[in-house]
Design a binder for this molecule. Structure first.
Ligand SMILES: N[C@@H](CCC(=O)N[C@@H](CS)C(=O)NCC(=O)O)C(=O)O
Length: 221
């Protein structure tokens, strides 16, 4: 099994996959695609032949290409089940997938590069308006997730919480940490989300998460 990850250091979707690969101790080669250089290497013909969507990440496994970060994580889970990113019971899996999708489908796409470029170039938004847009959608998502995590945790105090659900690392955590990175990057106030912040603080201290963070990637600027 030779794994190649098409990635960009600041891509939060690629960050998810790096965490999953590290948690499962799967060695992989990185092929960086610079999202801004020369109009975006992800939009060049050679990369579109790999991922027709023109997004990172994509993972190649001996030449078999899987695009979409959550599809990649689930693929890794199936070919290399331990340690598990999805819990044992159908109910727990449904919660974990729900939290992961709340981030990956309902928050992250709205702060993606192509969306922000469209806001600027087609809709005439200035930087302040783009910032408001990003903050609005992250805030909306985090308000809901903070409540959701609290409801799942019951009476446990915020500071005692270490994971999104079920007392162990899951796909929800794999999605939360990169989205928190994005929130900080775009100067979104994270103080109103003490549970999410406490979970991220703990997760970021785990070596698999620490080794996946953008600043320590080979293509980091
Ligand atoms: N749903 C996709 C989203 C991938 C995505 O949005 N990737 C961003 C970087 S985080 C990207 O490649 N953007 C390039 C662009 O917008 O042109 C996934 O989870 O993999």
């Amino acid at each position: 099994m030779a794994l190649t990850l098409y990635t960009y250091w600041r891509s939060s979707a690629a960050y998810r996959v790096r965490i999953a690969l590290n948690l499962k101790s799967l060695p992989y080669e990185q092929v960086p695609k610079h999202l801004l250089r020369d109009g975006g290497e992800q939009r060049k013909a050679d990369y579109l032949a790999i991922n027709p969507q023109g997004f990172v990440p994509a993972l190649a496994d001996d030449g078999f290409v899987v695009p979409q970060s959550l599809a990649i994580c689930e693929y890794l889970e199936e070919i290399h089940p331990e340690p598990r990113l999805l819990p044992g019971s159908a109910r727990d899996r449904a919660i974990v997938r729900g939290m992961a999708l709340a981030i990956a489908c309902d928050v992250h796409p709205l702060n993606n590069l192509a969306i922000m470029q469209y806001l600027r170039s087609e809709l005439g938004a200035d930087e302040a308006a783009v910032q408001r847009w990003v903050a609005h959608w992250i805030t909306r998502g985090f308000v809901a997730l903070e409540r959701w995590v609290a409801a799942e945790a019951g009476a446990q105090p915020a500071a005692a919480q270490r994971f999104c659900h079920g007392g162990q690392v899951s796909l929800a955590d794999v999605c939360l940490v990169p989205q928190m990175y994005n929130a900080r990057r775009f100067d979104v106030d994270t103080a109103p989300y003490p549970r999410l912040a406490a979970i991220c603080r703990h997760l970021e201290s785990i070596p698999a998460f620490a080794a996946a963070k953008p600043e320590v990637q080979p293509d980091a600027e």
